[in-house]
Write a protein that binds this ligand. Structure first.
Ligand SMILES: Nc1ncnc2c1ncn2[C@@H]1O[C@H](COP(=O)(O)OP(=O)(O)O)[C@@H](O)[C@H]1O
Ligand SMILES: [Mg+2]
Length: 241
């Protein structure tokens, strides 16, 4: 198992957000965590990235294992380096006053010239739109293009695991499908391991191998995507009947 989250408790000050969460992700899988607003999806990803409070929750119990080893003692930049794991945060967080190319280069500051060239080629192949807009200031991009840039930036770090926080948010339906199709392509062509959290459960389950349903900081259901899509309660609550 590549990632194992074990009985994780985490919170913000006195408010506990995650109450004993357990799930796992195997190498090469697409795993989705679905759940309503406030369920703890972002908190889970931030804890996995070892981001620091107050932005991220403080882990009080349990463990996060990467290839069998606890990553709780690591700082976020070490998680990026050692686990080759990168987060595409909610709301993208790109540098709006910088160009597309500048944003991509900034994410790659620890990489070699050869690696940067290879990664750029791959990103522009996946997202030709970004190549066309390479010199454009990023805050003038559309929402869909900004999301492409956010994913591109993650890929520039040379990651083999990518954590995505609601990549569909704010996108028109067609662009959502494009984004998820590209994620699937990255998974099949490059073997990228993907953990994606989504409120849009139907979309996520369509590309994921397996999923977990998160409800107020706890896993309440899990299974293959097919199983979860057939599950009557999940259909009713998360898939709109
Ligand atoms: N920075 C923060 N400070 C305090 N409480 C937070 C913070 N971020 C999230 N929370 C709380 O933690 C719970 C889980 O939030 P979150 O992980 O953002 O859920 P989701 O991403 O599923 O919408 C919520 O009750 C939320 O109010
Ligand atoms: Mg969230």
């Amino acid at each position: 198992m590549m990632i194992r989250v074990e009985n994780l408790y985490a919170g913000y000050g006195k408010i506990e957000a995650l109450h004993g969460l357990s799930f796992e992700v195997d190498e090469g899988e697409i795993v989705t965590l679905i759940g309503a607003n406030g369920a703890g999806k972002s908190s889970t990803l931030k804890a996995m990235m070892r981001l620091a409070p107050p932005e991220a929750p403080l882990v009080s119990r349990g463990d996060i294992l990467f290839k069998g080893k606890s990553i709780l003692p690591l700082e976020a930049h070490k998680v990026v380096e050692q686990c080759k794991m990168t987060l595409v945060p909610e709301g993208r967080r790109i540098f709006g006053n910088l160009t597309v190319m500048e944003n991509l280069h900034l994410a790659a500051w620890t990489r070699s010239k050869e690696e940067i060239a290879g990664n750029l080629e791959r990103i522009f192949d996946l997202f030709p739109r970004l190549a066309e807009r390479a010199g454009q200031q990023s805050d003038t991009l559309s929402g869909g293009e900004q999301q492409m840039l956010a994913v591109g930036r993650a890929l520039m770090t040379g990651c083999s695991v990518i954590l995505l926080d609601e990549p569909s948010m704010g996108l028109a339906p067609l662009l959502m499908y494009d984004m998820f199709r590209t994620l699937k392509r990255l998974n099949t062509e490059s073997g990228l391991t993907i953990v994606v959290v989504e409120q849009n459960a139907r979309l996520a389950l369509e590309v994921a191998d397996r999923g977990y349903v998160l409800n107020t900081g706890e896993i309440v259901a899990q299974g293959s995507s097919e199983e979860l899509m057939r599950h009557s309660h999940i259909k009713e609550v998360y898939l709109g009947g």
